[in-house]
Write a protein that binds this ligand. Structure first.
Ligand code: SF4
Ligand code: SF4
Length: 440
C-alpha cells in the first residue's frame, strides 16, 4: 500500500519454485522463482472515487470513469491544440478533485468527437459533456452569452432572437419562386429545412437563395415551412439544455405532421444530426439529407458555364463528417466545378479540425477566449492559408461568419470563405454575390 507516495518493495506471495504441466505434451516443467513469483498489487497513489461518482451518476456521463490514461485523445483534441484539454486531462482533474460542474472546462469541449474516434475505452465526451452541462444548467451555472441564446431560442424559436415571421424574408430576393407550405400545403418531395443561420444571417441568406436557384435548375420539387419553422435545437441540447431541445422537438414534430413530404433537406449539419440520430429516439423518424448529399447525385444534370480558376481548400464540418460519416458529397460538388483546384489541409476528413462552433461553442467565443490562446476558427484559418488556397469552402451555416472573423483577426483577409452552394451557383451563372471572392 502507498506510504506517503513512495514506492514499496514488492512482497512475494508465492513459492520460490513451481512446477507447471504442459497442456500439449503433458510434461512437467520446473520454473525458478524469478518467473513464478507473484506480487501483491502495488498502488503508488490512492484516490477516492467521490469525484467520479458525482459525474457518472448522470445518464450519459458514465464513460468518464473508463479512461485508463493512454493519452491517445489529447493530441487529436482541437481544444488542446490551443490550450490544455482532452478527456484524459479532464479525467485526471476530476480524479484529483476538480468539480466539473463549476469548472470552465465544462464549456470548452465542442463535442467534435475526434477523441472518441481514437479512444480504446470509448470514453464519450459527446455524451459526457451534455449530461454534465445539464446539471450546471439546472443549477444556473451557465456562461452569460450561452444563457442569452437559450432565452432567445425559447422565446423566438431561433438562436439569433429574430422575428419568426421574417424567417422566409430571404425568399424575396432568391430570383426564383420558393413555395411556403403554410400558404400552399400541397404535397412536396423536398422539405427544405433552412435552419437559423441561412434564414437570418446576411451571408446565410445569400446561401439559401443560391440553394433555391440550384434546386430549381435541378428540377427539385421543394418547399419551406417559412414562419412555422423553428430551430431543430441540436446545439442547445449539446450545450446542456435538453429540456429546451425536447420542447422544440415536439413543436417541430407537430408542425411536420401537418404536411406531406418525402424527405427533409437541410444545410445545417447540426440539424441534420438531430433529425437523423435524436428525433428517432423520441419516435420522430424522417428521411433526411444534408444539402450536399441531395445535390451531389444531380451534378450531371447541372451545367457550369463559368469556371472558378482558384485554389480551394475545404473544411469538413464535424457533424457532417465525423459524426455522420459524409466526406464525399461536398468533394463531389467541388470537383464538378470547372477550373477549381481542391487542395486538402493536413487535418481533414476523419481527422478534420473543429471550427469551434459545435456543442454550443458557436455562442461561447467570449467565454472560451479566457481559457485558450486562440480561437479554434483562427487556428483552422491559419491551416487553410498555409495550403496556399485562395478560398476556404464550407458547408455548415456556422462556419462562414466564424471563419470570416478569423481570417480578419489572423491577417488572412486574402482567404475568402464561401459556402459550396455559392460556388456552385456562381459556376452555374447565377447572380451570385461572391464575384469578388472568385475574382470576376
Ligand atoms: S484515449 Fe480514452 S482511455 Fe486513452 S486517455 Fe483518452 S479518454 Fe483515456
Ligand atoms: S469531443 Fe473534441 S473538443 Fe471535446 S474533448 Fe473530445 S476531441 Fe476535445
Amino acid at each position: 500500500m502507498p506510504v506517503a507516495g513512495r514506492k514499496q518493495p514488492p512482497v512475494a506471495v508465492e513459492k520460490e519454485e513451481a512446477v507447471v504441466t504442459s497442456t500439449i505434451s503433458g510434461r512437467e516443467w520446473e520454473l525458478p522463482g524469478m518467473w513464478n513469483r507473484m506480487f501483491e498489487p502495488r498502488v503508488l497513489r490512492d484516490y477516492g472515487s467521490k469525484g467520479f461518482a458525482e459525474v457518472i451518476k448522470h445518464p450519459g456521463a458514465e464513460s468518464l470513469e473508463w479512461c485508463y490514461g493512454c493519452a491517445k485523445c489529447v493530441p487529436v483534441c482541437p481544444v488542446d491544440v490551443v490550450g490544455e484539454y482532452g478527456p484524459r486531462k479532464i479525467h485526471r482533474k476530476v480524479q484529483t478533485g476538480m468539480d466539473l460542474f463549476s469548472s470552465p472546462d465544462l464549456w470548452l469541449c465542442t463535442t467534435c468527437a475526434n477523441c472518441l474516434r481514437v479512444c480504446p475505452k470509448e470514453v464519450n465526451m459527446v455524451n459526457i459533456m451534455p449530461a454534465a452541462r445539464e446539471v450546471a444548467v439546472g443549477e444556473g451555472k451557465v456562461p452569460n452569452e450561452l444563457q442569452d441564446v437559450f432565452e432567445k431560442t425559447f422565446r423566438y424559436g431561433n438562436a439569433l432572437g429574430e422575428n419568426p415571421r421574417r424567417r422566409h424574408a430571404w425568399t424575396k430576393d432568391a430570383g426564383v419562386p420558393v413555395r411556403v407550405l403554410p400558404s400552399d400545403p400541397s404535397p412536396v418531395d423536398v422539405l427544405f429545412y433552412v435552419e437559423d443561420y441561412w434564414s437570418y444571417h446576411p451571408r446565410g441568406k445569400q446561401a439559401a437563395q443560391a440553394f433555391a436557384r440550384i434546386a430549381t435548375a435541378a428540377g427539385l420539387d421543394f418547399a419551406i415551412l417559412g414562419p412555422e419553422e423553428k430551430t431543430l435545437g441540436d446545439s442547445q441540447r449539446l450545450a446542456g439544455e435538453k429540456g429546451l431541445f425536447e420542447s422544440l422537438m415536439e413543436d417541430v414534430a407537430a408542425t411536420l405532421s401537418k404536411y406531406d413530404f418525402t424527405r427533409i433537406v437541410t444545410p445545417d449539419p447540426h440539424g441534420f444530426n438531430a433529425l437523423k440520430k435524436h428525433y428517432p429516439r423520441y419516435g420522430h423518424t424522417y428521411e433526411v439529407e444534408h444539402y450536399t448529399q441531395t445535390l451531389a447525385p444531380l451534378v450531371d444534370k447541372l451545367s457550369f458555364p463559368k469556371a472558378i480558376d482558384k485554389k480551394v481548400t475545404f473544411h469538413d464540418p464535424c457533424y457532417l463528417g465525423r459524426h455522420n460519416g459524409e466526406y464525399d458529397a461536398p468533394r463531389t460538388l467541388l470537383a464538378a466545378i470547372p477550373g477549381l483546384d481542391l487542395v486538402e489541409m493536413g487535418r481533414c476528413k476523419q481527422n478534420g479540425y473543429c471550427c469551434g462552433g459545435g456543442g454550443g461553442g458557436m455562442w461561447l467565443d467570449g467565454f472560451t477566449a479566457n481559457y485558450t490562446n486562440e480561437r479554434l476558427s483562427e487556428r483552422r484559418v491559419r491551416e487553410a492559408a498555409e495550403t496556399g488556397a485562395e478560398i476556404l469552402a464550407v458547408c455548415c451555416p456556422y462556419e462562414v461568419s466564424r471563419f470570416e472573423d478569423a481570417a480578419k483577426s489572423t491577417g488572412n483577409e486574402h482567404l475568402k470563405v464561401v459556402d459550396i452552394v455559392e460556388l456552385l451557383d456562381y459556376a452555374m451563372g447565377g447572380p451570385s454575390s461572391i464575384g469578388a471572392a472568385v475574382g470576376s
